[in-house]
Each structure stands twice: as C-alpha cells, then as structure tokens.
Design a protein around this ligand. Sequence first.
Ligand code: RP5
Length: 163
Amino acid sequence: MSESAQVGLIMGSDSDWPTMEAAAEALAEFGIRFEVGVVSAHRTPQRMLDYAKEAAGRGIKVIIAGAGGAAHLPGMVASATPLPVIGVPVPLKYLDGMDSLLSIVQMPAGVPVATVSIGGARNAGLLAARILGASDPALQQRMVAFQESLEAMVLDKDKALRE
Ligand code: RP5
C-alpha cells in the first residue's frame, strides 16, 4: 500500500472493482492521492484489522470501503480506526444490493460509517474530497468549482430542452 496516500480505497474482493472504480475516478479528478487494495473481512480478517489499525499512522485521512452481500468490511474497519469510514454497498447478483446496504448502514451507536447509496462509489469519492477539503482550501475550491459545473450543466440541459 502507498505511503503517501490520503485516502484508502479498499474492497472485499477484486470482483467489487467494477463498482468501486468510480470512487477512484472521482478521487483522481480532484487530484487526491489514494491507494487501492483488496481487504476481506471474512477471508483475510487479520489483514483487515492490521489495515484499519495502521491506516491513520501511515497518513491516511479517509477510508472508503466497499463490499457486497454480507458486507461487514466497512463496519469492522470503522471499529478499529479513528478515521472517517465511507461505506459503499456493492450490488451482487441476488437481492439487488439491499443485503449490502443493510449490512453497512445499520451500525451500532458509537461506530459510525457514512453509507452512500447502493453502487454509489462516485459519491463516496466525492464525499472523501469534501472531508479532505474541510482542511485544504485549494481542494475545497475545486469542489466549489465542481458544484458550479453541475449547476451549469443542468441549466444548459434545461435551456436545450426548451429551445
Ligand atoms: C464480499 O463478497 C465482497 O465484497 C464481494 O462483494 C462478495 C463476493 O466476493 P467474490 O466471491 O466475488 O470474491 O465479501
């Protein structure tokens, strides 16, 4: 894993990557340094605990964790790190991702995970950018510009529709 990364982007399986790639793209758009890795709560429990316990000391500021099905990775990582954890419910073949969502979102009091929508990895990347932007004025300014571009895009579409 990278030594200078600001965001740790982890997932329970490499099969989650097609969903999680959107988080990586968002982070890259904002020039945020990140690392990517497979860390499985069930198949590599010790690696998961080591990762969670060591992340803050390595300079990671935010962890994005994606998992599908019995998606215990985000919550278990949150239990072993003081860093903010953003959970991404990855939709699998059955249950349309509802299993992933409920496994991630319904955390016990005291151990927060900021859960995005099913498959919402892009928003996970954008939320990490906002968290980092709170203490990085240049990054926050890029977020403001991004939000203005969203507004301009909608207004352009509205105009085109009425022309
Ligand atoms: C979860 O099991 C992973 O996050 C993945 O979404 C799901 C299936 O993993 P594979 O069997 O495809 O490796 O832990």
